[in-house]
Design a binder for this molecule. Structure first.
Ligand code: NAD
Length: 366
């Protein structure tokens, strides 16, 4: 099949890591008989330099015309880059926020997977880690507290700040369906996280999730209060498959879950709308401190491309092949600098490689 992929290489290490993800996609294409065609899209600091704004209307149109978008990262050094002397709406990040809104990307997916070979980077005890864990945090991205009405005012001479947490049943239903669909492609378990003992929005969340769950009899589901979930993530992360939650809870829990996996260079992410379309990007930033050195870890971006194969193109076999190749490369001992053993750990059989070499090794294993 033919797929049109919009590519936002972006700033810093973005172009280096995206080049490796494209290399891997092309390798998948030749092995499985698909053609991936790429449209380069400018966004972030590079767009500011070229056009004066972080995202042009042409760039938005190009993204919308694609089957999915693969992104590196945007932004520069926030203390020294001239981009950060601009007004907030003209800075690199404004481009990404605008793109997410334009594309209606309401479902954010962040997998947290612990590789056997990188267990030492996990801050949890060996007996807690056990055979490792593999979960997917599904966070609602366009509603809730971050988008509700807010104000700061004087009341009887005292400053009072108010934020509002609003969810409609439609917003909850569409993310819940996405969560259960994703669970069907995984181990068929959903943990819906809320604060239903306190919040009305959470009680509605629970009611709608139960309605959606009725349409997925093969998926086991449970409700969990967010404070308990925060504890369970460090007490017994193996219990989770898909964690389905609202915007703010997901923001916090996804960072907690990624922290327990170790390296930022390994963490993929996807943001989806209600069609097959998605924006796929590594969880890390543009890492200006290592940009241009050829040492950045491309695995998070390569795994984001694998998510694109799975969730936008329904190419599960191909996505499995990429994920298996990443595991194989780690098993063979190849590491970029960020996932090299720490002081005191054995380096036997470990070979440090650069960004492009890591991409090559993954292709060899596909
Ligand atoms: P960062 O994630 O870019 O870097 C934090 C640390 O992690 C750095 O030491 C960096 O070298 C390392 N790192 C990150 N990705 C890596 C990789 N693939 N391989 C090896 N090491 C890696 O976070 P920051 O320094 O706070 O932000 C830098 C810029 O990135 C800022 O402009 C920020 O706004 C932007 N940012 C962009 C996105 C995005 O594009 N979605 C996300 C987060 C931050």
């Amino acid at each position: 099949m033919d797929f049109q992929v919009g590519v936002i290489a972006g700033d810093g290490i973005g172009p280096e890591i995206v080049a490796e993800a494209r290399k891997v996609l092309d390798c998948v294409g030749s092995k499985f008989g698909h053609v991936f065609r790429y449209t380069e899209i400018l966004m972030g600091g590079c767009s500011i330099d070229a056009t004066g704004v972080p995202l042009t209307d042409e760039a938005i149109a190009a993204a919308k015309a694609s089957d999915a978008v693969l992104m590196g990262s945007i932004g520069g050094n926030t203390s020294t880059s001239p981009w950060y002397k601009l007004a907030p709406e003209l800075r690199p990040e404004a481009g990404l926020l605008k793109l997410r809104k334009e594309l209606n990307l309401f479902a954010n997916l962040r997998p947290a997977y612990l590789y056997e070979e990188l267990k030492a980077a996990c801050p949890l005890r060996e007996d807690i880690i056990g055979e490792g864990f593999d979960m997917m945090i599904m966070r609602e991205l366009t509603g809730g507290l971050y988008f509700g009405a807010r104000k700061t005012e004087q009341v009887d001479g005292v400053t009072v700040a108010t934020d509002t947490l609003t969810y409609s049943e439609n917003e909850i239903r569409r993310i819940a369906k996405r969560g259960f669909d994703i669970a069907m492609k995984r181990r068929k378990k959903v943990t819906s996280v809320d604060k239903a003992n306190v919040l009305d929005s959470s009680r509605l969340w629970r009611k709608i999730v139960e309605e959606v769950a009725a349409d997925y009899p093969q998926v086991a589901y449970e409700h969990m209060l967010v404070d308990n979930c925060a504890m369970q993530l460090v007490k017994d992360p193996k219990q989770f498959d898909v964690i389905l939650t609202e915007n703010m809870f997901g923001d916090i829990l996804s960072d907690e879950a990624s922290m327990v996996t170790g390296s930022i260079g390994m963490l993929a992410s996807a943001s989806l709308n209600d069609t097959k379309f998605g924006l796929y990007e590594p969880s890390g930033g543009s890492a200006p401190d290592i940009a241009g050195k050829g040492i950045a870890n491309p695995i998070a971006t390569i795994l984001s491309a694998a998510m694109m194969l799975r969730y936008s193109f329904d190419l599960d076999k191909e996505a499995d092949a990429v994920e298996a190749a990443v595991r194989a490369v780690l098993k063979q001992g190849f590491r970029t600098i960020d996932i090299m053993p720490q002081a005191g750990e054995t380096r036997d059989g470990i070979v440090q490689v650069g960004t492009a070499q890591m991409g090559d090794k993954i292709c060899e294993n596909i």
